[in-house]
Design a binder for this molecule. Structure first.
Ligand code: CA
Length: 105
C-alpha cells in the first residue's frame, strides 16, 4: 500500500425478506413464502425472464423422472417430478422478472 492510499471496506447487505416493496415490482417480483417472509419465485428453470409454458414443455417435460439437481427440479430435492410442476411451476406461471430492461439471461 502506498502512502495515502485508502482501504475501503464495503459491508453491504440487503434484506429481501422484510416486505413486498423490497424488490422491483413488489409482489410481481417475489412472493410471500411464509408468515412475514418473502422470497424468489420458483419455476423459471429455462433461463429467461418469465415463468411460462417454455419452463414446462422445454425443460420440465424433458427432465421429468430424472434424478439430480437439474433446472426442472424446482423444489431442489434432487428429483424432477410432478411435484415440481404442480406445486412450483403451475402456481407461479406468469411471474416474471421486474427489473427494468431485463428480458433474458
Ligand atoms: Ca424436485
Amino acid at each position: 500500500m502506498k502512502d495515502g492510499a485508502r482501504t475501503e471496506v464495503i459491508n453491504d447487505s440487503y434484506d429481501f425478506s422484510s416486505g413486498p416493496a423490497q424488490v422491483y415490482g413488489g409482489l410481481s417480483g417475489h412472493k410471500k413464502i411464509g408468515s412475514g417472509t418473502y422470497g424468489m419465485v420458483a419455476g423459471n428453470g429455462y433461463p429467461d425472464a418469465i415463468i411460462d409454458a417454455l419452463d414446462k414443455t422445454g425443460l420440465w417435460s424433458v427432465q421429468a423422472g430424472k434424478k439430480g439437481y437439474r433446472e426442472g427440479d424446482m423444489d431442489m430435492n434432487g428429483q424432477v417430478n410432478n411435484k415440481d410442476k404442480n406445486e412450483y411451476w403451475l402456481p407461479n406461471s406468469g411471474y416474471g422478472c421486474q427489473v427494468p430492461g431485463f428480458t433474458d439471461n
